[in-house]
Design a protein around this ligand. Structure first.
Ligand SMILES: C[S@@+](CC[C@H](N)C(=O)[O-])C[C@H]1O[C@@H](n2cnc3c(N)ncnc32)[C@H](O)[C@@H]1O
Length: 202
């Protein structure tokens, strides 16, 4: 898994659609959630930090986990250059382990379709969420497998609202929101992007 992204890391930010997509999902998170400077946040599959760096001025701290060494290196360099103090890049495979602590917000942006066992991840993420905490997923709406040129490491061709809300409920999370927030043009067609949010009870 790591290798595909290791190779892509250095040029990841050169594709404007990736930057724009992260920004649209970030805007929606700020619009729909009561984001606070007190919030401790975890991003899983943070990549080069497109969403992390967009959100960081509005949050207390972001632990930015990624399983690709190349991605984590690029994010470390960006954080250093920008002098950002509240972003902690961390090399970690979230399907094997998760960082310690409690988080008010956990985000995944274009990462969930690379996660093999979604129910198991959600169950472990719920344990890290504080009472009233949010899990926010930005990803592709159900597609026909044509979005990626190569589907290696792609375990889901997007998600439907029903499917995702089913996973939330299975993990003991309350579905909170599902909005289409953007769409990526590729192959002469549109691939809609959603923001789905769940909340911990309490
Ligand atoms: C499509 S990229 C998205 C990166 C970033 N969120 C963005 O929008 O630019 C998916 C990212 O998830 C990471 N990833 C995939 N599976 C992971 C896992 N099990 N644990 C941590 N990171 C993972 C990949 O290394 C990659 O950086």
């Amino acid at each position: 898994m790591g290798n595909i992204f290791d190779e892509a890391a250095r040029t990841w930010d050169e594709k404007p659609s990736r930057v724009e997509n992260a920004q649209k999902v970030g805007e929606a998170i700020l619009k729909f959630l009561p984001v606070s400077k007190e919030w401790r946040t975890l991003e899983i599959g943070a990549g080069t930090g497109l969403l992390t760096l967009y959100l960081q001025p509005h949050l207390c701290e972001i632990v930015a986990v990624d399983s690709s060494k190349g991605m984590v290196e690029v994010l470390r360099e960006k954080v250093g250059k920008l002098g950002v103090k509240n972003v902690k890049p961390l090399l970690m495979d979230a399907e094997r382990e998760l960082p310690p602590g409690e988080f008010n917000l956990i985000v995944l942006h274009m990462t969930l379709h690379h996660v093999k066992d979604v129910p198991s991840l959600f169950e472990r993420l719920r344990e890290l969420l504080s009472s009233g905490g949010f899990l926010a997923i930005g990803d592709l709406l159900k597609e026909d497998g044509t979005f990626h040129r190569d589907n290696t490491g792609v375990y889901h061709f997007g998600f439907s609202k029903e499917e995702l809300f089913g996973y939330f409920k299975e993990a003991g999370l309350e579905p909170y929101l599902f909005e289409l927030v953007h769409s990526i043009e590729r192959n002469g067609r549109e691939y809609p992007i959603f923001l789905a949010v769940a909340k911990t009870p309490g």
